[in-house]
Write a protein that binds this ligand. Sequence first.
Ligand SMILES: Cc1cc2nc3c(=O)[nH]c(=O)nc-3n(C[C@H](O)[C@H](O)[C@H](O)COP(=O)(O)O)c2cc1C
Length: 326
Amino acid sequence: MKTRITEMFGIEHPIIQGGMHYVGFAELAAAVSNAGGLGIITALTQPSAAALADEIAKCRDMTDKPFGVNLTFLPVVNSPDYEGMVKAIIEGGVTVVETAGNNPVQVLPALHDAGIKVIHKCTAVRHALKAQSIGCDAVSVDGFECGGHPGEDDIPNMILLLRAADELDIPFVSSGGQADGRSLVASLAMGADGMNMGTRFIATKEAPVHQNVKDAIVAASELDTRLVMRPLRNTERVMTNPAVERLLEIEKEKGADLQFTDVIEQVAGVYPRIMMEGDMDAGAWSCGMVAGLINDIPTCKELIDRIMAEADQIINERLKGFQNAA
Ligand SMILES: Cc1cc2nc3c(=O)[nH]c(=O)nc-3n(C[C@H](O)[C@H](O)[C@H](O)COP(=O)(O)O)c2cc1C
């Protein structure tokens, strides 16, 4: 399949693995890229720019295909070493950067000068238009269904993707709730040039996370995620568990007076315990509603091959069949 996204990123299939904290290590990024998609290393999971450089080198040893790095811009007091990370990305020969969070304008000139394509992840059409206006090469349009931060507008992809298609000139991929060949064909029908998946890629053989995380995703239904931190305007979609239910109780008790420090126990620094140690009740961890569509733990190649075969079957048999029947 050839789309503006496969052409822009030099990949075989229009499928991207979104950056994921404590999941997006070299092992997963290389497996996705080796399977013909675009794998992405998550920069902020690395403790330093030097560690990111090592992770990029490790990924380079595991694949000769293009892969990307995710740079998430968070509203934090002590800013991470973005300058050092950009340097590591450029010197590591990375060809694609996925930016997310705040406006990435500060890193665009350096990345573009190095010939790196930038895809910015947005949860609103106005943010996608802003990304286009500052020179991003593509955007990832992240609907309300998504695992992680869906923003505050609550627009599901059935609407958001069509709105993006109506407004944007640069290519975009669907993100949030995407799982299989049906998702890919639907995304393409709605104007996207590919799709981005997070949660689906956690439940793969190569995802370097504890087996408990994969099993929890397979066991979960589409009803098992919750939105937390909405009163802080930092909404995150997470898998429910006792810690999350406690967090929601605290939010109810505190109401409009809620401060980040009130929920710090449930959200700060919990990722290593969950993703590495498999302590599934340690706190809140991002997970999409798409968990309800995930029933197995394939390799990345099995997953991507299956998606492409299913997409082909839908396009060439199911959809064309409707026309031929007329
Ligand atoms: C466990 C987890 C961690 C994530 N961490 C990040 C992150 O650090 N930066 C980022 O831009 N997106 C992050 N995301 C969002 C994903 O890149 C992707 O946009 C999202 O998962 C898409 O929705 P889906 O889970 O329904 O496929 C995370 C998602 C998950 C599930």
